[in-house]
Design a protein around this ligand. Structure first.
Ligand code: FAD
Length: 403
């Protein structure tokens, strides 16, 4: 990478905007890599960090969505929170403006404010946040009692940046559904196409074994009058329809963005043509919007900042490796796409076998807050405590050389 100038002040003042997985991975990684060479301030509106990848488990009674107090997480990392929202970046002045009008100076700014969810299939239940859990639970119960005879799970092309949750919802519903017909209608040419052919093949077989009908290569458009309308004119009769949301970028004033509002970055997370500003996670223009990708991007940014703060680290670009842990209602399945190679396995392809692999933040959450992964309803959660690094002693560069 072209060398970037060392920071003029030490500790360097780093502002992280956002309170999701990308922001917190950045905080934990940066503290680990740069030590006291950086002063970290997190600008975020909420009091909690919500671990969204486990949202799909909640409607099925497989545990509650994990939430962690930001104050404790940041306290452990010797970082502070400023409650508020990023409203504008004034890159020439090296300052951000918050929604409340405060101006905060930085040596490095990391934007990790995520994306907005928007309805992708009109009329369907959009499953994108905690607010959709109760409705989804009602649908699952309706299918289990026979009140609903058919449910369609719909993936529009605009929602395909991370399709895994749709398949998790469909498979787990099928397991509970009794006689109800479960159908997946997807704009993808094959299920989980972004993981490559081997995963698509095994996913097709898994859906068939679970009795889930698959319609691939046809975009769902709208759910109305008891039918899911497909773009080729067909109408699929269904008592209910569930869809994943599309994502919209925030188009932050002062930063470049693409037509979707997402921030363009290079492999190190540096925002195009804006010095000292980095971005990671769903806010970036990278086409896959996933927790695992978010943490890899955050790690690449942390390495750049640590190097500029005077460590001997040589920053590496983030590896666009995809790892997905598919919750099925029984044992999970492990999916991976790495260097063009597509892989599916019923035993872990990485360790510890968490939804978000190779991160600094997840082993910390496991050892500090006993985060665990639900595998089946009721008792039987996979306790990952025993596999967590002791005392938060996280290995440097967790994403390298594993798998
Ligand atoms: C149902 C569902 C299931 C998923 N399952 C998986 C999975 O199994 N595995 C996986 O890897 N990924 C999964 N994902 C994707 C994953 O959740 C996202 O890719 C990930 O959360 C992105 O992290 P982020 O930190 O970039 O953004 P977010 O998680 O969206 O966090 C953004 C944060 O920024 C804050 N914020 C917003 N605007 C501002 C502002 N202006 N100023 C300051 N702060 C702001 C928000 O309050 C929030 O705290 C799933 C997503 C969904 C919706």
């Amino acid at each position: 990478m072209p060398s970037e100038a060392p920071f003029r002040s030490l500790p360097a003042r780093v502002i992280v905007a956002g309170g999701g997985i990308a922001a917190l991975e950045l905080v934990v990684a940066l503290r680990k890599l740069a030590g006291e060479r950086v002063a970290i301030e997190l600008l975020a509106p909420g009091e909690h960090f919500v671990y969204r990848p486990l949202l799909v488990a909640e409607p099925f009674g497989m545990g509650e969505l994990p939430r962690f107090p930001l104050g404790q997480v940041l306290g452990d990392q010797r970082a502070v929170q400023r409650r508020g929202r990023l409203a504008e970046v004034r890159a020439d002045a090296h300052e951000v403006v918050t929604a409340a009008g405060e101006r905060l100076a930085y040596d490095a700014l990391v934007v990790a404010t995520g994306a907005r969810t928007v309805e992708a299939v009109r009329g369907a239940l959009t499953f994108g946040g905690p607010e959709s859990v109760t409705l989804m639970r009602t649908l699952v119960e309706g299918a289990a009692t026979g009140e609903l005879r058919s449910i369609a799970f719909a993936l529009a092309a605009s929602a395909a940046s991370w399709p895994l949750p749709l398949y998790e919802l469909a498979l787990m519903t099928a397991l509970r559904a009794g006689g109800a017909q479960i159908t997946v209608a997807t704009a993808e040419d094959a299920p989980l196409q972004l993981f490559g052919q081997a995963v698509s093949r095994s996913m097709t077989e898994r859906l068939a074994r679970a009795g889930v009908e698959l319609l691939a290569g046809v975009a769902p458009v709208e759910y109305a009058d008891g039918a899911l309308a497909l773009e080729d004119g067909r109408r699929l009769t269904a008592d209910a329809a569930v869809a994943l949301p599309a994502l919209a970028g925030p188009a932050i004033p002062g930063l470049p963005h693409d037509s979707g509002g997402f921030v363009p970055v290079d492999g190190h997370g540096r925002v195009e043509d804006v010095a000292d500003v980095y971005a990671a996670g769903d806010v970036t223009a990278f086409e896959v919007k996933q927790g695992g990708v978010s943490v890899r991007q955050a790690q690449a940014v942390a390495e750049c900042i640590a190097a500029r703060a005077g460590t001997s680290l040589v920053p590496e670009p983030f590896e666009p490796l995809l790892r997905g842990m598919l919750l099925t209602g029984a044992e999970p399945s492990y999916l991976q796409w790495r260097g063009g190679e597509s892989q599916q396995a019923d035993s872990p392809l990485w360790w510890p076998p968490t939804k978000i692999a190779d991160s600094y933040i997840v082993p910390y959450l496991v050892s500090r807050f006993q985060l665990s992964v639900p595998t089946a309803p009721g008792p039987g959660e996979a306790d990952l405590m025993s596999s967590a690094p002791a005392g938060g002693d996280v290995p440097v560069r967790p994403g390298r050389g594993d798998g």
